[in-house]
Design a protein around this ligand. Structure first.
Ligand SMILES: [Zn+2]
Length: 312
């Protein structure tokens, strides 16, 4: 068994399809991602593992006799789709900056039903999630944007028809996106405390009235909060602007308008995680491999769980 985690260089689609053209090649790669120092029994944790004769995909624990596969109990659980198609689907989601719609996925991969394609996209998306996020530091920009709904317009009474997304981005660093209920000072302060290091130099926002109190509450006083006067049509004043977080918003909006079309408020957080995960790895060779690694470590996402009404 290999003892190092595989590193797959950034390849194009033709090379990917050549490398992973059958179930066993895909499976071997997933096994190395999931168990870099050899398979471990999910039941007893022992490492003496044998392969079941004539059933290549099935592993057997010599100690407790438990039988298991690399995909059981993960995002791939119970899927009838060949692994090679899973790999291509994952590749397409990783390589599409604005995401890819389930309909497009269905057409490209010649998947029988839309529902299967939709479920596939959601399962890959569910793995594009970082459980441990480092606090942002240095110069941090924060802004909100409004998604969906019919009426245009800002933070007034009609804004309730739109979904609100907060973006926080470290200049030259990572992006965080959150679906929020409102832009009150207490809400904003909570996201600052949870995502920005207390040692950050400065947070830059526009002149929305909620920010000054939010910054006070979160410990960013005086010079450590700078505002740009968007309502007075000023967008850049020296180093003070929120352009880098706004760039991320425009990618998100183009993704929603162009590829996902209409997404429900219920699934918006998952789309935001996908966008954030990909955005923070842009130009990073490990994006595809990281996603697959998450897919063999993330828990099962059943269709029932995905489609049930959100619990209050
Ligand atoms: Zn065992």
């Amino acid at each position: 068994m290999p003892t190092v985690s595989p590193v797959l260089p950034r390849v194009g689609l033709p090379e990917l399809m050549e490398r992973f053209n059958c179930d066993s090649k895909c499976r071997e790669f997933l096994e190395r991602l999931r168990w870099p120092s050899g398979p471990v029994c999910p039941k007893c944790g022992k490492k003496e593992i044998a392969r079941v004769v004539n059933r290549e995909s099935v592993l057997r624990c010599v100690e407790c006799q438990a039988q298991f596969t690399v995909t059981a109990g993960t995002i791939f659980n119970d899927s009838h789709l060949p692994l090679a198609k899973w790999f291509i689907a994952t590749f397409l989601i990783c390589e599409s900056k604005k995401g890819i719609s389930a309909l497009q996925m269905q057409r490209i991969l010649k998947i029988g039903g839309y529902k299967t394609a939709w479920y596939l996209c959601h399962r890959i998306r569910a793995a594009m999630l970082e459980s441990q996020k480092a606090p942002l530091t240095g110069i941090v920009e924060m802004d909100e944007t409004y998604i969906g709904g019919v009426k245009r317009g800002g933070r007034g009474p009609h804004a309730s028809e739109k979904e609100i997304v907060i973006g926080i981005r470290q200049r030259g660093g990572e992006l965080r996106l959150f679906h929020v209920k409102n832009t009150r000072a207490t809400t904003l302060a909570k996201y600052i405390r949870e995502n920005v290091s207390p040692d950050a130099d400065v947070i830059i926002t526009d002149d929305w009235v909620g920010y000054p109190r939010a910054m006070m509450n979160a410990g960013f006083r005086g010079d450590r909060h700078k505002t740009i006067n968007h309502s007075g049509k000023v967008y850049v004043s020296g180093n003070v602007h929120t352009n880098t977080v706004e760039n991320a918003f425009s990618l998100l909006k183009r993704g929603i308008a162009g590829t996902w079309h209409k997404i429900s408020a219920k699934h918006l957080p998952a789309y935001l995680e996908e966008m954030e995960f990909r955005f923070n790895r842009r130009g990073n060779d490990m994006l595809f491999q990281d996603t697959l690694r998450h897919m063999v470590s993330a828990p099962v996402l059943t269709f029932e769980k995905l489609t049930k009404e959100k619990a209050a």
